[in-house]
Design a protein around this ligand. Sequence first.
Ligand code: PLP
Length: 385
Amino acid sequence: MSCKIYMDHAATTEMLPQVRDKMEPYLMGEFANASTAYDMGARSRKAIEQARADIAGVIDALPEEIYFTSGGSESDNWAIKNIAGAKKKEGRHIITSKIEHHAVLRSCQYLEQLGYEVTYLDVDDYGLIRPEDLSRHIREDTTLITIMAANNEIGTMEPIGEIGAIARKKGIVFHTDAVQVVGQVPLSVSRLPVDLLSASAHKFHGPKGVGFLYVKSDQDLPSFIHGGSQERGKRAGTENVAGIVGMAEALKLAAAEMRMGRTRLIRLRNYFCERVMHEIRGVRLNGHPYRRLPGNVNFSIEGVEATALLVLLEEQGVCASAGSACNTGETRLSHVITAIRVPERFAAGSVRFTMGRETTRDDVDATIRALRESVALLRGGSNPV
Ligand SMILES: *Cc1c(COP(=O)(O)O)cnc(C)c1O
């Protein structure tokens, strides 16, 4: 069954035709290895460096601060493991939060096995990190702070400006997983105190399997993949030219449409929330009411079970998620829903709807209709909704 109404943009997005058109020549025809000396190779090299400059332009970085990777997970792994490794003589304490993406959490857990100490900060009921809480946990041996720019499940946008300022004042490296923010919300690394930042193309209508890591020019990040001299010797391997070109095109398109698209999505999101809160009883909105990603809605619905609800929604053509896409199949509660202390009778019915550029008001209306019907069916009884 395919998704008539796609409400899962936080999991991935569809590639745009313009992106595919830009990639096409580099899949066949312009196939040369960018490290070769002949003209065709030089054209591949040029395409990569143009993409790097374009991406840098969108986030206000320098081209040499952009490193291409295979996506958000790789960028997170690289930043966390290799900054921790580079700084281990200065200290082995890392601060993160309880609601990070698993690419961050599991990298931190891995470092714990190697003898590092990790503090997992609590969040408030909206999923916000309190900067004063961060300050309290900083120690002499803290070398890295990694806090996401926005949460992929509940949409809460973290105060990374304040967090980064605290880190900078203390001389601690600050990494942010901005996979949900890049291409959605304006972001300038020249105005934000961040040292490293992760992004992924498939979250902004680019191809899957490609992303980037921004590394501020004064940071000395060790190599992640050893081998050839690609990515200035830090990430060896023949470049994914088509993917890189596609990512740059997708990000340029996202940036060009960001202002209007964002306003439209915020309106749609607020409409969605208001109607659901009005028309279905026993619903909680998870995450912050307005400090949240434009297209994100996350509800906990009393008396229903998320996996059953998702099946009924899909029967009506609506594709949504419980928690994050990466955890489907697991029956335990999402670590994010647990961290924001959703009351037990609501928690099992937590579902995420994430809208994007092609989502219309009709899609939202149809989703609400499907949600009402599904909840009624699952609750049974005489006054189910
Ligand atoms: C999707 C996502 C990732 C992983 O990105 P991939 O490119 O799929 O590896 C990491 N962090 C966040 C917040 C995400 O939403």
